[in-house]
Design a protein around this ligand. Structure first.
Ligand code: ZN
Length: 313
């Protein structure tokens, strides 16, 4: 599918990934599981379903009427397997890989556009919203995919609904407790990962339910807290109907880069890149960096699209 995976990374990308690794707080900068998190097994408040997301701006869904005369934007998708099914199917598999770029995880696309993705991680110090950054995207009419964690949603419910109904944006799943996605409890940046297959399911589907309640439809893409997976967890992600996505360009290293570095890193994009940054740290250099670099990229003819427009279902 034209995916750019770890083993075929070129020098530039390897360098970028090396930089990402060096930025210790990089993808954990938004914090790990925190004290404001409900205990495992608890159910967050889920509001009544909102109206379905409007059609994609770049590729409007065809207006097709079903036999019953009601609009049908997308074919029905099968219900995801139950937790029991997943546990039965995947328990006992031993992962061989652990990291940002493992088998089954999509890092880039074959499309000519660049996909900007921004995470909102929630937790202590991680539940802000970078309105300046969103304002820049809106002013330039640049679409983006927003990966939101359940903890961030809990702290920003009205805002989540607003972003979910903005056709410029697409909401995606950033996990329930913001845990690295492991079937055997591996950790990343000092944050403990999910301990077993059942916890992987909870991390995926707990927030999937919350997002569904907010937007009226299922999210299609997933990225775990810290962006670390093992390949069994990545396979589980696909099995429940989500595409596990990471990135080719690290734009802000967990919102730790100063503006000039954000502008330099994002300024390297080429068609097919997926860029990761954060929109939950308004005090960071991220917004100023994007404000610097995006007009220049547009001037160079770079075009942008949401993940839903550049990746397969
Ligand atoms: Zn995060």
């Amino acid at each position: 599918m034209g995916e750019i995976n770890g083993p075929v990374l070129t020098g530039r990308r390897s360098l970028l990934l090396g930089m990402a690794a060096l930025a210790a707080a990089a993808l954990s900068g938004c914090g790990g599981p925190a004290q404001d998190v409900p205990p495992p097994g608890s159910t967050p408040a889920t509001p009544p379903p909102a109206p379905p997301l409007p059609a994609d701006v770049a590729t409007p869904a065809p207006s097709v009427a079903s036999a019953a005369g009601t609009p049908t934007a997308e074919p029905a998708r099968p219900a995801p397997p139950s937790k029991e099914q997943i546990v039965s199917e995947f328990s006992g598999r031993r992962p061989q890989q652990w990291g940002l770029h493992v088998s089954g995880v999509v890092n880039g696309s074959a499309a000519k556009q660049v996909a900007l993705t921004f995470d909102a991680c929630g937790g202590s110090g991680g539940s802000g919203c970078d309105q300046k950054l969103l304002g820049t995207l809106r002013a330039l009419n640049i679409p983006a995919t927003l990966f939101v964690n359940q903890r961030w949603i809990e702290a920003n419910q009205a805002l989540t609904r607003e972003l979910g109904s903005d056709p410029l944006f697409e909401l995606a799943n950033h996990g329930f407790l913001h845990r690295p996605l492991s079937v055997n409890g591996r950790s990343a940046y000092g944050i403990a990962g999910t301990a077993d297959v059942g916890q992987v399911y909870d991390e995926l589907m707990g927030n999937q339910s919350v997002l569904q309640g907010m937007t009226g439809g299922p999210a299609r893409f997933f990225r775990p807290g810290t962006a670390f997976y093992d390949e069994v967890a990545a396979a589980i992600t696909r099995r429940v109907g989500l595409l596990p996505v990471n990135f080719t360009v690290n734009g802000d290293a967990g919102a730790t880069f100063p503006a000039a570095t954000v502008a330099a890193e994002v300024g390297r994009v080429v068609p097919g890149d997926i860029v990761i940054s954060h929109f939950n740290k308004p005090g960071s250099g991220t917004a100023a960096g994007y404000a610097q670099v995006l007009p220049r990229l547009l001037g160079q003819g770079i075009t942008f699209a949401k993940l839903g427009s550049v990746l397969p279902l």
